[in-house]
Design a protein around this ligand. Structure first.
Ligand code: NIG
Ligand code: FE
Length: 412
């Protein structure tokens, strides 16, 4: 199966050579080819270049992309899209003056979602989650990480991970699974946080590893949730079973989670709304990707990750949605890049690099997706006719995608 895309106004994020991720001043550079062609063979990118060099061969399909652009699909490295019901009620409570913290302290928040999920059958959970997965695919996402963490019992956490596995089996999008059992202390272990962590370590993690249900291990390292000490404990236990750390840190308070992540060679440290100079220092010259979640800052009205300061200090940055029922009920990466430009002062080039190649790295998929590179999966977005790629973040909240392709196939 061979497809030619011809007369592409601009082919975006073209990387001839493999790179793991992009950092610092280089994030301002987004390589493109104007008036380009792209060839897809058996689901992979097999060739690209200037239209002047377009091959004169036989193709099964030819797509004329006159006036349109092609860019790699968004790589959303942090989501919680497997959940039950929603928390619209808490949204209204916040409008009426309660804080996210007040709601959590009253038994709402993560515990509210956990109760709903425990009462939801695996099939129902799968059906609710697949609707969201289909929605984000249409919004241009071509690789996604999905966390557990709304189960908070051994059974319910495993149920979530099995749902992720089913999604992986049934959809052409790349999916990575993360175990986030330590998302909150469930009411059954109130005043016995240690007991809960021990249960996760002794009963759940070995099962996950033996059934191959997750690649990554996560924890919510935050005041009122889990300490740095708890974080180290759970990361150690996960690592013993081959789970690589990717953690929630510095959302509301900086308590040393970034340093713990770096120490345990986390693939990514995510949220980072509150960053001290020492946290930025700790990330320098490491392989740990900082991940910002601007839709969460938008929805909760909390500070935005200080992207400018971090990139200017030479760090890389990835952007992700954090799609979840409590802090970010949106999986729209187009909105994420707009918000990163508007609120975090990232340039369109930086935002697109952060949402493609750096996002791919943050979920261990940098060899498969995130750039237009020969041999990578043909997961990309064909835009509507637009004048420049900067129009995508500029014209925020509007829909610029004409078609999405996964493994070279158009997704309806
Ligand atoms: O990434 N911060 C921790 N966890 C989620 C939200 C949890 C919730 O409110 O359901 C997040 O924002
Ligand atoms: Fe999250």
């Amino acid at each position: 199966m061979k497809t030619l895309f011809k007369n592409i106004k601009e082919l975006i994020q073209v990387r001839d050579k493999h790179i793991d991720f992009i950092a610092g001043a280089e994030m301002k550079i987004l390589p493109t080819i104007k008036d380009a062609f792209l060839v897809v063979k058996n689901g992979l990118i097999s060739d690209y270049g200037k239209m002047d060099d377009c091959p004169n061969a036989e193709f099964d399909t030819i797509v004329d992309a006159t006036g349109k652009m092609i860019l790699p699909s968004w790589c959303d490295s942090h989501t919680h899209i497997v959940y039950a019901g929603n928390r619209e009620g808490e949204f209204v409570d916040r409008i009426n003056g309660l804080s996210y913290e007040d709601i959590a302290n009253n038994g709402g928040g993560i515990l509210n979602s956990a109760k709903k999920l425990q009462e939801t059958s695996e099939d129902d959970l799968y059906n609710q989650s697949k609707t969201r997965l289909e929605e984000v695919i249409q919004l241009g996402t071509g690789a996604v990480e999905i966390k557990s963490g709304y189960g908070l019992t051994a059974d319910a956490e495993l149920k979530m991970l099995r749902v992720i596995k089913r999604l992986k089996e049934n959809y052409p999008i790349e999916i990575k699974a993360t175990f986030l059992g330590a998302h909150a202390v469930p009411s059954t272990f109130k005043n016995n946080k240690r007991g809960y962590l021990q249960m996760l370590i002794n009963d759940v993690i070995p099962k996950i590893a033996s059934e191959n249900l997750a690649e990554y291990i996560d924890i919510f390292c935050e005041k009122g949730y889990f300490s740095v000490e708890d974080t180290e404990l759970i990361l150690e236990a996960g690592k013993k079973h081959g789970l690589i750390p990717k953690i929630h840190v510095n959302q509301f308070n900086a308590i040393g989670g970034v340093q713990a992540g770096v120490k345990h060679k986390a693939l990514s440290v995510d949220h980072l709304e509150i960053m001290r100079d020492e946290d930025i220092e700790a990330l320098k010259n490491t392989k740990t990707m900082p991940v910002a979640l601007p839709s969460c800052s938008y929805f909760l009205s909390i500070p935005y990750t200080p992207a400018r300061k971090m990139i200017d200090a030479g760090l890389p940055l990835a952007l992700a949605t954090d799609y979840n029922p409590g802090s970010t009920p949106s999986g729209n990466m187009n909105f994420v890049i707009s918000t990163a430009c508007i609120k975090m002062k990232m340039t369109p080039e930086e935002a697109i690099n952060a949402a493609t190649i750096n996002g791919a790295y943050a979920m261990g998929l940098e060899k498969q997706v995130g750039s237009i590179t020969k041999g990578k999966l043909a997961n990309f977005i064909l835009t509507k006719p637009i004048n420049s790629y900067g129009f995508i973040p500029y014209s925020f909240g509007n829909h610029h995608i004409e078609k999405v392709y996964l493994k070279g196939l158009e997704i309806d």
